[in-house]
Design a protein around this ligand. Sequence first.
Ligand code: CO8
Length: 260
Amino acid sequence: MVYENLQITHDNGIALVTISREKALNALNTQTMLELRHFFGEAAFELEDLKGIVLTGAGEKAFVAGADITEFSSLSAPEGMQMAKRGQDIFFLVERFPKPVVAAVNGFALGGGCELAMACHLRVAGEKAKFGQPEVNLGLIPGYGGTQRLIQYIGKTKAIELLMTADMLGAAEALQLGLVNYVVPAGEEVSKATELIEKIAAKAPFAISKIIETVNAYYEEGVDGFWKEVDAFGECCGTDDFREGATAFVEKRKANFQGK
Ligand code: CO8
């Protein structure tokens, strides 16, 4: 697939995905959503020696200012359901991606943009970043998982307030509430996100994929996360990397994981 709205670079094992519709504050139109689906569902799996993915928005003003409002102003109820379900499925691809995905939030992360950042495993915010779910201003509610993930990150008390008032959170407050992992000076979001991926890349890749799977399991309806952990722990024990990690500890040296 030829991407119109995603710019992708792949250097030193780190894919930098930039959503590039700067004139519309990187709003997620249908084409962009299709490109995200293709990247996280197919293309990223083919990148050699991938350590992780940094997701950001073009320009200094926005990460993503939401779903593209010009595209959905006349949706019928069934069309709205279809669009929300399709978007949720795409964001699940992000959340379930087996390597770390870090959002580098360089400005507005609103509506679908906040939801996309929340689907990432980690979030680094620039000091000018702003987060919010302003859908009620449009007579809507979030449709790409925002009502669920916002509660997961910051708890019901503050989440329901933000969802009902459409108030925005600044970076410092987002950090204090646990919505983001780090706040950095504007312009340093991508380098901090890259640093986090490099740190994780020194660990055993299979174990990292199992961390993602088991943490996600906590929130999955009908899944026993404790049992999932038992299962995944056993799988890790069957890897060469586990033997290497344990041997390296005994030999007082740094482990050299091979991802096997
Ligand atoms: N969609 C389309 N265009 C947008 C969007 C958007 N979400 N946000 C900004 N733009 C466009 C503006 O229309 C403007 O275009 P133009 O220059 O052609 O007029 C350009 O980007 C610059 O924006 P502003 O001039 O408004 O810039 P300001 O600095 O004055 O304001 C804001 C910045 C505060 C970010 C403002 O643009 C804003 O409020 N944007 C909308 C934010 C919003 O409501 N987001 C939520 C959208 S709904 C959503 O995401 C639901 C997701 C789930 C959907 C489920 C399926 C139906």
